[in-house]
Design a protein around this ligand. Sequence first.
Ligand SMILES: [Zn+2]
Length: 200
Amino acid sequence: MGAVDHETPVYLHQLPVPGEDRYASLALVNTRFTVSHGLVDLLEDAEAAHLWLVRHALLPDRVALNGRHSGRLRALREALRALFEARAAGTEPLAEALDTLNAALAAAPATPRLAWAADGPRRAAVPDTGNPAAAALSLLAEDATDLLTGADADQLSECAAQGCARWFLRSHGARRWCTTKCGNRVRAARAYAARKAGSP
Ligand SMILES: [Zn+2]
C-alpha cells in the first residue's frame, strides 16, 4: 500500500479559509476557485454537489441529487458571490441575485421550533424532510442572510491574490489574503518583480 493517495481531491490540500467553519454559505461561494494549474469547481456535476452537501451535513447521504438540483446549487453560489461583492463594495446587487437567494429561502424553509432541554429553552429549526435538496438550498440561503445582515458582514472580503476568487472573514483589518498560501504567492511574485526591475 502506497502512502500517497493520488485520488485525494485537490481541495483536501487547501488550507482552511477563515469564516468557512462558521458559515456554510461562505464555503459554498469558495467551491469555485483557481489553483496554479487552473480552475477548480467542487460542484461540477451532481455527484460532486452531492458529496459537498453531505460533507457539510446539509443533505442525508441516501438522498440522490439530480442535475437540476446541482444546477440550482451552482446558481445559488453565483448569486451569493454577487451579493457578497455588493455588500463589500457598498453597492446594490442585481435584482436577479437577490431573487435567486429569496427563491431558495422560500422553496423549502425550515420550520422554527421552540426546543426545551435540561439547560433551558432554545430556538431550533426543523428542515423540510419532504424536499431535502430544496431544504439544503434554503439552509444555505438562510445562512447567507444571517451573514449579510449580521455584524460579521463588515469582515467579508475577497482574497486580494490575483485569480484566487475566494471570500473570507477578515480576522483583523489589514488581512488581505484568504490563506497564508495566497499571501506567500503574492509576496513571492512581488519579490520576483522587484528583482527583475532591479537587475541591469
Ligand atoms: Zn486566496
